[in-house]
Write a protein that binds this ligand. Structure first.
Ligand SMILES: [Zn+2]
Length: 371
C-alpha cells in the first residue's frame, strides 16, 4: 500500500521564499476551492512566515490573540520555515473549514529520513475566502476544558479531571510569580496520558525526534503549556511559561536548572537526577566539567543542563535565596556569562568546576542516603 501511495507523489515544483513547494498529484486541481487553498498556502510560504507580525493569509482572530499566531513556526529551530522542500500532501475541505496536510523535508523513498515533519493546518472561511489557522484551534474543540483561576486546562474526553492536582498547580503559579516578582498571567494547559496525543492535537502527523516513549514530557511556548504523562501538575513547564519571558537576558542552563530544581524533569525530581549523575560521572572520570556547557544528554531521561543546572540553582538558592536565582536569570545569555555568574555568586572559577561539581554531587548523594 505504501508503495502505491508513493507512486502518487509527483512534483510540480515552485520556488517560494527559499522554499521549494510541490504537490501530490492526487490533489484535484480542477476544483476552484482547492486551487484557492493552494494559492493561499503558496502565498503564505512566499511571505517569509518565520518573521511575520501579521499576515493577510492567516485568520484574524488568532492574530489578534497571539503574538506568534502560527504555533508551528517555533516548534523547530531556527524555524519550521527554514527553506526545506515543502510538499502539499492533501487538502480536505468541508463547508466552510478544512485541513491542509504538508510535509517539510524530503521523503526519501518510503524512508522518513530527511523528513522534518508532516503537519496539518486548519482552514476557515473569513469574509468569503479561506484563511489558515492552527490545527490546535480546531482539534481542541473535541477536548474537554476546565477553567480554574487563570488557567484553562484542556484534556482528552477519557481523562477524569483532578481538581486537587489542578489546585496544586495554581498554588505553584502563585508562589512562583511571587518569588520571581513576575506578573501572573493566563495560559492554556494541555494535558494527555502521552505526549504523542499532544503532538497530534497540535497538528503533527510526524515530527523528527518526536517523543514516542511513554515517559512524561512537556513543552512551553507563548502562553501555552503542553504536557504528557503527568496530568494537571507539570510545574517545570509552568515555570518556563511564567518566568522565562520576563528574563530575556538569561542563559538556557539558568532557566532549565531552576525549572528542574522547582519542578523536576521528565517526571523525576532533581534529587533523582543528581543520584544518577553522580554515578554516571564516577564511571566517567574523563568527562571534563570545566566545559560542562558543551554537554547535552546523559541518556534519554537525564540531560546535563537539567541536572547540573539544577545543582547550581540549588547552591545559589542556599547561598542567597530567591534574589540570587533572579540574579542568575538576568546574568546574561552567553556561556561566558553563565560561567562568570557561577564565579561571582558561588566563588567557583570555571577552571575549578570539574572538581567542584563532582564534590557537590557526592555531598548531595550522601545527604540523600542519610534521609
Ligand atoms: Zn525546561
Amino acid at each position: 500500500m505504501k508503495n502505491i501511495i508513493g507512486l502518487f507523489f509527483c512534483f510540480l515544483v515552485v520556488h517560494g521564499f527559499g522554499q521549494e513547494i510541490s504537490y501530490a498529484d492526487d490533489i484535484d486541481q480542477t476544483k476552484p476551492e482547492v486551487m484557492e487553498v493552494l494559492a493561499l498556502f503558496e502565498n503564505y510560504l512566499h511571505s517569509n512566515p518565520a518573521n511575520l507580525k501579521s499576515s493577510p493569509y492567516w485568520n484574524k482572530a488568532e492574530q489578534e490573540k497571539h503574538r506568534q499566531f502560527d504555533f508551528l513556526e517555533s516548534e523547530f529551530q531556527p524555524s519550521l520555515y527554514m527553506g526545506l522542500a515543502t510538499k502539499v500532501l492533501s487538502i480536505d475541505l468541508n463547508e466552510n473549514s478544512g485541513f491542509i496536510k504538508v510535509s517539510y523535508g524530503r521523503i526519501v523513498k518510503q524512508d522518513s529520513s530527511g523528513l522534518l515533519a508532516i503537519v496539518n493546518y486548519g482552514l476557515k472561511r473569513e469574509d468569503g475566502s479561506y484563511k489558515l489557522c492552527n490545527a490546535l484551534s480546531i482539534n481542541k474543540e473535541k477536548w474537554s476544558c476546565t477553567s480554574l483561576g487563570l488557567v484553562d486546562f484542556y484534556y482528552p474526553p477519557y481523562h477524569q479531571f483532578d481538581t486537587l492536582k489542578a489546585k496544586k498547580l495554581l498554588a505553584f503559579v502563585d508562589e512562583t510569580c511571587r518569588n520571581f516578582k513576575v506578573p501572573k498571567k493566563a495560559f492554556e494547559y494541555y494535558l494527555a496520558d502521552t505526549y504523542l496525543e499532544i503532538q497530534r492535537l497540535k497538528g503533527f502527523d510526524y515530527a523528527m525526534g518526536e517523543k514516542y516513549s511513554s515517559g512524561p514530557s512537556g513543552k512551553a511556548s507563548e502562553a501555552k503549556v503542553y504536557c504528557g504523562g503527568l496530568g494537571e501538575y507539570y510545574p517545570h513547564e509552568v515555570f518556563h511559561v511564567l518566568v522565562d519571558p520576563q528574563f530575556p537576558n538569561r542563559h538556557f542552563w539558568a532557566s532549565e536548572g531552576i525549572a528542574t530544581l522547582l519542578g523536576g524533569s521528565r517526571g523525576e525530581s532533581l534529587d533523582w537526577h543528581l543520584i544518577k549523575a553522580h554515578h554516571f560521572l564516577l564511571a566517567h572520570p574523563e568527562i571534563d566539567l570545566n566545559h560542562m556547557l558543551e554537554l547535552r544528554n546523559m541518556d534519554l531521561q537525564t540531560a546535563f543542563h537539567y541536572v547540573l543546572g539544577g545543582l547550581i540553582a540549588r547552591r545559589l538558592y542556599q547561598t542567597g535565596g530567591w534574589e540570587m536565582l533572579i540574579a542568575l536569570m538576568q546574568s546574561g545569555n552567553t556561556d561566558a556569562d553563565y560561567y562568570q555568574a557561577i564565579e561571582d555568586f558561588l566563588c567557583v572559577k570555571q577552571a575549578n568546576l570539574n572538581a567542584y561539581i563532582r564534590k557537590e554531587l557526592a555531598l548531595e548523594v550522601s545527604h540523600l542516603s542519610e534521609e
